[in-house]
Design a protein around this ligand. Structure first.
Ligand code: BGC
Length: 414
């Protein structure tokens, strides 16, 4: 009898599910432990609304591999329903007419008033909402093992010279000073911080305005010299290492620090570590008060079928709810994509991230991340990746040669 009831209940539940739900197929690159934990917050939220989840993960930070997989799907005439996307890539797909229109849900929920201007630049095309922003990450962070910091004097570095002194101390203490994964997007992520450490105007002239003289000039030569100096603090096995394995080296105390966007915090949290006690988050030395940001957004592709479109709208609406924005970003390491979400549930690094973002936004110190597609279109970004990776791996005799190559590569990519 009870077996019969259970079977009937399951059948009824399935029918109810089938009647009201359409699945969303979601292409994303959230495959690390911390990222998967955050993704679960989204999956569960949608499931509670009767929307099923078909997973399409494509690993690789910065989303390069995911964008290649996406192009293949679109070319085959079968785009996924929702796609994690960054900055200029969103505008690129919008320009090709591939994205749906979220105006109705955006208007009903007043997104215009709560999503910061800097994000709307990438969520809207031709005045229409085409993507739902999930979060704001930033790349100019350094994650330091607390015990390693204490053993190296305990004072977090605030300038380039203090940073180098601390890396030397960590080396003398017998650990790998800098945990790094040698992949172009990771090299470029470190370079965001290095370039910003030479000043806001320099970052803007070089990476936002793509000024040839700045790209090829003496300050850029110095930035590359700094990058090459950082290379000397990395262990021998860095090539090809995934970013989350580099985070694990810091978590385990095998390495002193990692220069990485705040998705790294998701790994520390997933490992049960606490900011302040087990690890410390600081801005890349010399970039305090400034933020290089990237925002994960879900772009909704043109799909046929009212039920599919309805599921897309419900997904977009769920993502923008203040409750979800808090719950998801607390786990992900990012901060909310709306200005009206309280910081109550965030840890100290998250609270700092929210405060830094708000201040940088009002003081003109908020810039799109080159490494994560918010400074320039993909062609330019990829040209920067090539030169930065070559420089990190000793492919130029000095910073000046690398800077000259950068100016040339960026010019050719435009
Ligand atoms: C994304 C993050 C992601 C990271 C590493 C970045 O491009 O914005 O959400 O966690 O890549 O995968």
């Amino acid at each position: 009898m009870s077996k019969f009831l259970t079977t009937t209940a399951i059948a009824l539940t399935m029918m109810a599910g089938a009647a009201k739900a359409t699945d969303v197929e979601v292409l994303h690159w959230w495959t690390s432990g911390g990222e998967a934990a955050a993704l679960n917050v989204l999956k569960e939220d949608l499931q509670s609304k009767g929307i099923g989840w078909v997973d399409m993960p494509v690993a690789g930070g910065g989303g390069e591999a995911a964008m290649t997989a996406l192009r293949a799907r679109v070319t085959a005439g079968d785009p996924p329903t929702a796609v994690q996307m960054l900055g200029f890539d969103i505008l690129d797909w919008a320009e090709q007419g591939a994205l749906g229109n979220l105006d109705e849900v955006a208007a009903a929920e007043g997104w215009d008033k709560v999503v910061p201007e800097a994000l709307q630049k990438f969520s809207k095309y031709d005045g229409h909402w085409i993507a739902a922003p999930v979060n704001v990450h930033s790349t100019n962070w350094v994650w330091i093992n607390k015990a390693a910091l204490d053993a190296a004097g305990g004072k977090a570095p605030e300038s380039w010279d203090e940073l180098v002194a601390m890396l030397d101390k960590m080396k003398a203490n017998g650990i790998t000073p800098l945990a790094h994964g040698g992949q172009p997007w990771q090299d470029a992520t470190v370079f965001d911080g290095v370039v910003l450490s030479k000043g806001n105007d320099f970052y803007k002239n070089a990476f936002i305005d793509l000024d040839p003289d700045t790209l090829g000039g003496a300050d850029m030569a110095d930035a590359f010299d700094r990058l090459m100096k950082l290379r000397t603090y990395v262990d021998d096995n860095f090539s090809g290492r995934d970013w989350n394995l580099a985070s694990a080296m810091v978590i385990e105390g095998k390495a002193g620090m990692q220069m990485m966007g705040d998705w790294a915090k998701g790994e520390f949290l997933k490992a049960g570590q606490k900011p302040g006690a087990d690890f410390v988050c600081i801005r890349f030395p010399g970039t305090q008060g400034s933020v290089t940001f990237n925002s994960d957004q879900f772009a909704m592709f043109n799909v046929s079928g009212d039920d599919k479109v309805k599921a897309q709208m419900e997904m977009a609406s769920s993502i923008e709810s203040p409750k979800f924005q808090s719950a998801f970003n607390v786990v992900k390491g990012s901060v909310p994509a709306r200005t009206d979400v309280p910081d109550t549930d965030f840890d100290d690094c998250g609270k700092k991230g929210m405060k830094d973002l708000a201040e940088a936004n009002t003081s003109g110190s908020l810039f799109g991340s080159m490494a994560h597609g918010h400074a320039a279109p993909a062609s330019v970004k990829n040209a920067v990746y090539d030169v930065v990776t070559k420089a990190f791996n000793g492919g130029y005799k000095d910073g000046a040669e690398a800077a000259a190559a950068l100016a040339e590569a960026v010019a050719a990519a435009q």
